[in-house]
Design a protein around this ligand. Structure first.
Ligand code: FA5
Length: 333
């Protein structure tokens, strides 16, 4: 009988070891260790054994065989369960690579970036930042700047009027120069300010003109200020903003609020010139209109286009591109 028990145990162990799934394993365990299994039928034969010792020995052999098969089944079940769990996880895995891409980050508008860099450069040169309203009175936009009503120079700016107050008394500011007057009427010299801001003109958009654009104004009022200070400031700013390969020049020009007046151009490393803005020594009439004694104080002012600077800085061909909001264009910067 002991051989029968060993044989039944070996068959059961082989079946358990060969099971490929937990289900099959359970089925084999039930078959081999169950009530109708080979070990159970051997147990039924115990009663027929002649001696108590034999019954005891065979009973013990049967128990050991059953325990061995159970232990082998438990061990194999743990292995199969782990394999099945891994397969299940692999099957349920979701492809989340799309979400692992870093989210696309935007950036400030090219003009805003230029505006902020300009402020940084001028703050580095010792200037403070001032601002004024976009809707201005005729007085600040023109009259304080040495352009009395019906002065012909007013036609230098294609003015947009706002229906407010007396006809023609309120305008969308055509330049940032009114901030000069706002600063001079509220601050005591010495004054060193820049005033970046949005300005408006009744102009048709083209490659170098927008009806809404941005300027930065500079104003210095102090004792003993000369034209050389103006030229030096423009040169220092040009190199700080564009780099040392760039330089500047001044050409005689006319603005009612500066005397003498000039336009300034930036020379690119390839030798070509870009017209950037106007400048000059603050006109004594402007100082006087703002309550500053022109006998004691003098100064210079300048104003130039931020949009054109940003266009130049980034090598953009057409100002209108910068306002098209076309992602294919924006993503290049
Ligand atoms: C003025 O506006 C004067 N206020 C500048 C000034 C300030 C002179 C202080 C003296 C003292 P002007 O109209 O030329 O000047 O404009 C100055 C700059 O603004 C131009 O050189 C150009 O760079 C920019 N600009 C003018 N019109 C436009 C436009 N439609 N679109 C984009 N940029 C423009």
């Amino acid at each position: 009988m002991i051989e029968d028990i060993s044989a039944a145990r070996d068959v059961a162990l082989a079946a358990v070891a060969g099971a490929q799934t937990v289900d099959l394993l359970d089925q084999f365990v039930a078959e081999h260790l169950g009530k109708r299994g080979p070990l159970a039928s051997l147990k039924a034969r115990l009663g027929a054994l002649p001696t108590v010792d034999e019954k005891k020995a065979m009973g013990q052999a049967l128990n050991e065989a059953t325990s061995a098969v159970s232990a082998a089944a438990d061990a194999h079940r743990a292995v199969l369960a782990a394999v099945e769990r891994r397969a299940q996880l692999a099957g349920e895995r979701m492809d989340l690579t799309e979400f692992r891409r870093p989210p696309a980050r935007g950036h400030a508008h090219l003009v805003t970036e230029a505006w902020e860099r300009l402020e940084d450069v001028f703050i580095g040169l010792g200037f403070k930042v001032a601002e004024g309203p976009e809707i201005e009175t005729d007085w600040y936009n023109f009259e304080a700047l040495n352009m009395p009503p019906s002065h012909p120079a007013r036609s230098m700016w294609d003015t947009l009027f706002v229906e407010h107050g007396a006809p023609g008394s309120t305008v969308l500011r055509t330049h940032t120069s009114p901030v000069q007057a706002r600063v001079m009427t509220t601050q005591e010299p010495p004054i060193y300010v820049v005033a970046p801001g949005r300005v408006f003109r009744n102009e048709t958009a083209d490659a170098t003109h927008m009806p809404v654009f941005h300027q930065i104004e500079g104003l210095v009022v102090d004792r003993g200020i000369s034209f050389a200070d103006l030229a030096g400031t423009i040169e220092a700013f040009t190199r700080a903003f564009f780099g040392s390969g760039f330089t500047s020049r001044l050409r005689p020009s006319f603005f009612p609020f500066t005397e003498p007046s000039a336009e300034f151009d930036i020379r690119r490393p390839d030798g070509s010139w870009l017209e950037l803005g106007g400048c000059g020594m603050v006109h004594p009439n402007v100082l006087a209109a703002c309550g500053i004694d022109p006998e004691e104080w003098g100064g210079f002012a300048f104003g130039f286009g931020i949009d054109r600077m940003a266009k130049e800085y980034h090598g953009v061909d057409d100002l209108r591109e910068m306002y098209s909001n076309d992602v294919r264009f924006i993503e290049q910067f």
